[in-house]
Design a protein around this ligand. Structure first.
Ligand SMILES: Cc1ncc(COP(=O)(O)O)c(C=O)c1O
Length: 381
């Protein structure tokens, strides 16, 4: 059965141009980039080229990029790395809708005696900036607020967040994993000190990402041994992965806004058709600034699990919120933080489009979705 893939916030297909650039580094070019001989330093040179490609995309300097094993590691390094470098500060501020990669490390930090404050959002998913300003303390080590929410696509005003935190001398981290490639991401414009990104959300390989760390930002390494990444992240570099991430960034840089215009047009078509066919649905964050590819719709009175499963049986891939939290029947943490009633929030389906989607995918969705919704409502699943 052909797959209709509408789950691009969970992961994306590797762009064939990215794969082509990676392949030699699995075979002929297998040197260790840390080796002194020319066979290794050739690979090291290619890694530095990838660093330039990543830095250029986000408006950073090469020396400010640390390659990691993905967004999760970048998020963990940002939190733990700054806390370790500022031992007298034991308080962290996050938003109530952060990804697990921030939320769970913060739960762990709380068990270790650190204090964490979560800033709330309104019913549209917008961040409460007054609450943020009121909750920054003298002992706040870091403020970590995501750039765009992976479930709803709501974009947070990081420039304002950074201005508020910097007034109190607190560094700001943003998880831009689901924002990069879908909205403009430039560290100077955003004014952030640290920023996480992940390759597999931007048509690169899985298991590689990066943390941007503005010069002079205090950060201690978490992974020690070998001295790679200027002693900020030890371990033999994942050369094919890093080269793939660089290539993915280069393509985004060249595409500029062009890639998103097509995705945005498909998204608008999808959302208009959803509203037309299901007048009682609630589209999360519809009143807020949102990513052009994400449509998170709640079907009141229905459960998302059977909807996702029946769509999947028909070859259509969507998500019931954050991909990694599927399986639980509770409305997602994000939906709860937005104050959406459980009867509505339980029927949450996230459609997320990408560069490889076409109008035929939207057409296929609407060939199947009405029957699926009908079946789930009739069976009272
Ligand atoms: C907002 C956000 N942060 C972090 C991550 C984790 O990134 P990775 O899968 O590269 O570890 C994800 C992935 O779902 C995400 O959407």
């Amino acid at each position: 059965m052909a797959i209709t893939y509408l789950d691009n916030n969970a992961t994306t297909r590797v762009d064939p141009r990215v794969l082509t650039q990676m392949l030699p580094y699995f075979s002929d070019e297998y040197g260790n980039p840390s080796s002194a001989h020319q066979f290794g330093s050739r690979v090291a040179g290619r890694i530095e080229e990838a660093r330039t490609q990543v830095a250029r995309l986000i408006g950073a300097r090469e020396t400010e990029i640390i390659f990691t094993s993905g967004g999760t590691e970048a998020d963990n390094l940002a939190l733990r790395g700054v806390l370790a470098a500022r031992p007298s500060k034991r308080h962290v501020v996050i938003s109530a809708v952060e990804h697990h990669a921030i939320f769970e490390p913060c739960e762990a930090l709380q068990r270790e005696g650190f204090q964490v404050t979560s800033i709330g959002v309104d019913r549209e998913g917008r961040l409460d900036l007054d609450q943020l300003a009121a909750n920054i303390r003298d002992d706040t080590a870091i403020v970590s607020i995501m750039l765009a929410n992976n479930e709803t696509g709501v974009i947070f005003p990081l420039r304002e967040v950074a201005a508020i935190a910097h007034q109190r001398g607190v560094p700001v981290h943003t998880d831009a994993v689901n924002a990069l490639g879908k909205t403009r991401v430039n560290v100077e414009e955003l004014g952030v000190d640290l920023l996480s990104l992940s390759s597999h959300k931007i048509y690169g390989p899985k298991g590689v990402g990066a943390l941007y760390v503005r010069r002079n930002t205090p950060l201690r390494p978490m992974m020690i041994g070998g001295g790679q990444e200027r002693k900020r992240r030890g371990g033999t570099s994942n050369a094919p992965g890093i080269i793939g991430l660089g290539a993915a960034c280069q393509i985004l840089h060249e595409l500029s806004d062009a890639g998103m215009e097509q995705v945005g047009a498909l998204h608008d078509q999808l959302e208009a058709e959803l509203r037309r066919r299901f007048p009682d649905i609630l589209i999360l964050g519809a009143g807020a600034e949102r990513l052009p590819n994400t449509c998170c719709a709640c079907f009141p009175g229905l459960s998302s699990e059977p909807l996702v499963m029946l769509l999947s049986e028909n070859g259509i891939c969507v998500s019931s919120g954050a991909a990694c939290s599927s399986g639980s029947l509770e409305p997602s943490r994000v939906v709860q933080a937005m104050g959406i009633e459980p009867r509505i929030g339980q029927g949450q389906i996230r459609f997320s489009l990408g560069r490889f989607n076409t109008a035929a995918d939207i057409q296929r969705l609407f060939e199947v979705l009405p029957q699926v919704v009908e079946k789930v409502s009739r069976a009272n699943l």
